[in-house]
Design a protein around this ligand. Structure first.
Ligand SMILES: [Zn+2]
Length: 323
């Protein structure tokens, strides 16, 4: 739930690791924007066109809009309107794994899909209130290139941007972002990594409260790909559709409102006691979202003007106002 705060490295080994990660990241970002990747590198890559049985590259050219370009100001999830791809990646690491043969794990996987369905419908409906059209493509049962499996030889279940860099490298190596976005004529692409944490997971390996989190594009980091880490069970709760919607909103620029942070004052946080603002609190129901998208959230994701409350409480600018 919280955005990540960079941790201090304390020994030489960690510094070397961090340097290596930065080098890999720079290589990866270059690779993302310049080189196409060989199809078939990932589970579900280059899905055949079910209408024709041909792959996309063999199909007749369609009326193609300009090729999807990563937006240097807003990353891969740009503005909360248009067509948005939610790409699911079921990730295993040193501490957690998915057993695709297991009935129990299959049930959890189906729950992630249900949560995406409820969250997507909710967000589409909410954006309509602001006169914007927003649709989501996420259902990998209908489009198999919207789901992947990944394995990391590291402990990934924690809030750590250095670990997220490994995920960025993985994405660049396994998913051809431009081809995927072009195929679906997508305006936004968000990668959701699902980790199969168990219900007793309260803290992560670094002893912090275990919370799902997103790494949205910010001007202070170089990453243009946007990803969320969903720990299916985290900090005494099983993630609900409202939690998913909360995380997706982060990718578009929404800010947490349950603690003071850059641009969010403690006074404003205090004023929200019992608020149903979805960036302040999320409901637990599995079939509906009763938390609310406020005018302030809508402002931060770029679909509404700055509300009076932002000036009344001295809140920070939306990343869209900073343009
Ligand atoms: Zn959050």
């Amino acid at each position: 739930m919280q955005r990540m705060k960079r941790q201090n490295e304390t020994n030489q080994v960690k510094r070397v690791s961090a340097l290596l990660a930065v080098v890999l990241l720079l290589w990866a970002l270059t690779g993302c924007s310049v080189f196409p990747f060989a199809p078939g590198a990932a589970v579900g890559a280059a899905a055949p066109d079910t209408q024709t049985g041909k792959t996309q590259s063999e199909s007749e050219p369609q009326a193609i809009r300009q090729t999807f370009q990563l937006d240097p100001d807003h990353g891969s999830a740009v503005r909360m309107e248009g067509t948005t791809l939610l790409v699911s990646i079921f990730a295993s690491d040193r501490d957690t794994s998915w057993n695709f043969e297991s009935e129990q794990d299959q049930k959890v996987i189906q729950t992630t899909l249900n949560n995406l369905k409820v969250a997507s419908a909710y967000l589409s409906e909410q954006t309509q209130r602001y006169g914007k059209e927003l649709s989501f493509l996420y259902d990998w049962r209908e489009a198999e290139d919207l789901a992947y499996t990944a394995e990391f030889d590291d402990s990934m279940v924690r809030q750590d941007t250095e670990k997220a860099n490994l995920q960025i490298v993985w994405l660049c190596n396994h998913i051809d972002l431009s081809a995927l976005a072009d195929k679906y004529q997508a305006d936004n692409v968000l990668f959701l990594f699902f980790f199969n944490t168990d219900t007793s997971s309260v803290t992560d390996g670094a002893n912090s409260e275990l919370r799902s989190w997103c790494m949205p594009h910010r001007h202070e980091n170089d990453c243009l790909l946007e990803l969320c880490n969903i720990f299916v069970n985290s900090y005494l709760r099983t993630m609900s559709p409202a939690d998913y919607a909360h995380e997706i909103l982060h990718a578009f620029g929404a800010k947490d409102l349950y603690f003071a942070d850059e641009g969010i004052t403690q006074d404003y946080v205090n004023s929200l006691h019992f608020s149903k603002d979805i960036m302040y609190s999320t409901n637990r129901n599995s079939d509906r979202i009763t938390s609310e998208l406020s005018d302030l959230d809508a402002y931060y994701v770029g679909i509404a003007p700055r509300p009076a409350v932002a000036d009344e409480w001295g809140l920070g600018l939306s990343e869209f106002d900073a343009d």
